[in-house]
Design a protein around this ligand. Sequence first.
Ligand code: GDD
Length: 282
Amino acid sequence: GDLTDSASIMRILEQVKPAEVYNLAAQSHVAVSFEEPLHTSNTNALGSLRILESLRILKLFKSKFYQASSSEMFGLAKKLPLDENSHFSPQSPYAVSKLYSYWITKNYRDGYGMYACNGILFNHESPRRSENFVSKKIVKGLVEVSFKKRKCVYLGNLYATRDWGHAKDYVRMMHLILQQKKPDDYVVATGVEKSVKDFVNCVAKYLKIKIKWTGKGLSECAVDLNSNQIIVKIKKSLFRPLEVPRLRGNMNKAKKVLKFKPNYNFDKLVKDMIDHELKTLK
Ligand code: GDD
């Protein structure tokens, strides 16, 4: 199916009559959404509405609906940690499109009594992440540097912080969200905040690359103390027109209601991504 094509969505839902629908389809890259705001909005915002409206027209009121809402919706929110009651302040066409879907999911739940839920997920990574996201870019880049297959990794804002969890944990949460008696919205996070620079340092540590940071602003870089080569540089074009400077979630509600215990922390996540990359390269 295609979320921009109502007929294809309607046809699939009518054929399958699904017990549960997980809407994970999106133009999911924040930076790309500044280049393709219309495509992003059509897919991410109206796409969710196309599913919900199809379920309503087809009278599939028993189908449960999960919407992949995003911590990006909090944007510039000043008070951390962020939970289900925090203020939204979206900072990109991507975040605005996700906010539309968040509200329309709530609307269909409240207005039509549909079992529709939002999982407000903070960043979640895994070895399957594609290279245009910073976690995979750093892991793959530094693994290649350590095997002398590449000289340098280029990054944008080193000082943005994110709350990074493992996709395997978060997908279990998505499932749990749809197994509750009542439909509701949940923040899914780890509660731990790390910067992009922390991510680089952690990957370098696992790969036993000793680095030293020097310079400031666009001249800031990481030098490999063994080879004396610069292995991380800053590129202006990788900064976004608007940035979400900090994200840290509070998942007390999910822990309490869903009784969820994650298997991964930040270090285990980074190690999992590195191990996969080393295996692939070898
Ligand atoms: N992609 C990228 N590439 N990001 C960089 C780079 C770079 O070279 N250098 C610095 N960053 C910074 C970004 O500016 C951002 O602050 C942070 O690294 C994380 O960027 P991404 O990995 O692209 O993820 P994201 O936080 O923008 O969005 C992800 O998480 C959201 C949940 O909060 C995506 O998975 C979204 O789809 C998801 O909703």
